[in-house]
Design a protein around this ligand. Structure first.
Ligand SMILES: N[C@@H](CCC(=O)N[C@@H](CS)C(=O)NCC(=O)O)C(=O)O
Length: 382
């Protein structure tokens, strides 16, 4: 770009130069940044402050990052619909695979990576002292720089908050800890196998599943001292892929994707069947019952977890992605789901009505809190 006579691709005008409000240590900011870097979309990264997060929450209805402000004044949130919307808008090879079967399974892997790796990522960051010390210092000096309190108070406040919300409050106890850590190490093994065989998860260029896994692998597991050491020791190909992803550019990477769903995606699908779908169903079931917490046994480990409204929507989105499949691909998808132990689990919960995106306008929507209980959503008439 910038060469004389060279035209910016259609759609680029609407995006350039967007403001991406986020942090250099944030899981979902990293995922979205990698995508827009790959798409070569000019942008500014605005470091999120406490004032910034309040402003983003007023604009998007969600106090979370990344929050994106477009040149026309519109705001977007939620990395998955943002990626899908931008990918559809711009010409060139798609990040969301065009083959319907690959598209469906890519969405499934992306959702699993986004949501199921969150708990181990937050656990390693806040349960291990060297990691917690480093990150509490960074958050206190970066995001909380506009809070007029001494540094040690800011560090203490963020440490206590994250521990209460994402460790103790998210089911991590002495009894679940080993299982939570195994979620990380088994995913390292899944990815190491794929990335030893090829540069990206689906072939010669990054696609949706790469960006899904990149979120936790780049900004948490590859960055925080304790899981980063495990990654360097056990999964050098994953470590190498983090740099490759950060430097990937669509204009240089036009290579082909593999055909079909690769064999080495099966262990991930088996994990989705054994762990993630049972979790999503138990969460949706508790949400429908108007509960705030629920108990679920995953591979024999008993968890007590908070009900997460956003993840009810995740399940609805996966069901909708399946409904989009043409008949032949739907048959093939059903067969692969059955072979990998996902079976009928995708349809166990129906009519969940998360109300998260009733108008279908994501990523231009104001869904309200990701934690809102069902009775409040119903009272609000969503
Ligand atoms: N589904 C959202 C999740 C965004 C999200 O949870 N971001 C985290 C930081 S990586 C956040 O802002 N959390 C707010 C909090 O901890 O209260 C996405 O894909 O963008």
């Amino acid at each position: 770009m910038g060469d004389e006579g060279m035209q910016a691709p259609a759609g680029m005008d609407m995006l350039a130069c967007m403001d991406v409000h986020g942090l250099d240590l944030s899981y979902f900011t990293g995922k979205f940044e990698a995508f827009i870097r790959f798409k070569e979309i000019p942008h500014r990264r605005i470091e999120m402050s406490l004032g910034g997060i309040r402003r983003a929450a007023r604009a998007t209805g969600l106090a979370q990052m990344p929050a994106v402000e477009l040149p026309d004044g519109r705001w977007m949130s939620d990395s998955t619909p943002m990626i899908e919307w931008i990918d559809a808008l711009l010409p060139g090879p798609k990040v969301v695979p065009e083959d319907p079967l690959q598209r469906f399974f890519s969405r499934l892997l992306e959702d699993y990576a986004d949501e199921w790796l969150w708990r181990p990522a937050l656990h390693y960051r806040w349960s291990y002292q060297p990691d917690a010390r480093l990150m509490s210092h960074r958050i206190a000096t970066e995001m909380m720089h506009d809070l007029k309190l001494p540094l040690f108070v800011r560090r203490w406040a963020i440490y206590r908050r994250q521990l209460a919300k994402y460790v103790r409050g998210d089911g991590i106890t002495a009894a679940t800890r080993a299982h939570v850590e195994s979620i990380y190490t088994r995913n390292l093994a899944f990815l190491e196998r794929m990335l030893t065989a090829r540069p990206y998860l689906l072939g010669e260029r990054p696609t949706l599943a790469d960006f899904g896994f990149f979120a936790s692998m780049f900004r948490h597991f590859g960055l925080d001292p304790t899981p980063a050491r495990i990654m360097r020791d056990r999964a050098p190909a994953v470590f190498e892929w983090l740099g490759r992803m950060w430097n990937a550019k669509a204009s240089r990477l036009q290579g082909p994707l593999l055909a079909d769903v690769p064999e080495d995606w099966r262990p991930v699908l088996e994990d989705i069947g054994a762990c993630y779908l049972p979790y999503l169903n138990a969460n949706a079931n508790a949400w429908c019952a108007g509960r705030k917490n629920f108990e679920v046994s995953i591979e024999g480990t008993a968890y007590k977890l908070p009900v997460h409204r956003y993840r009810v929507w995740c399940l609805e989105r996966l069901q909708a992605a399946f409904r989009e499949l043409p008949e032949a691909e739907a048959r093939a998808a059903r067969a692969l789901l059955a072979e990998t132990g996902c079976g009928e689990r995708l349809w166990e919960m129906r009519d969940t009505h998360s109300g998260f995106d009733v108008s279908g306008h994501a990523p231009f929507f104001k869904p309200g809190s990701v934690w809102t209980p069902r009775d409040q959503v119903q009272r609000a008439g969503a």
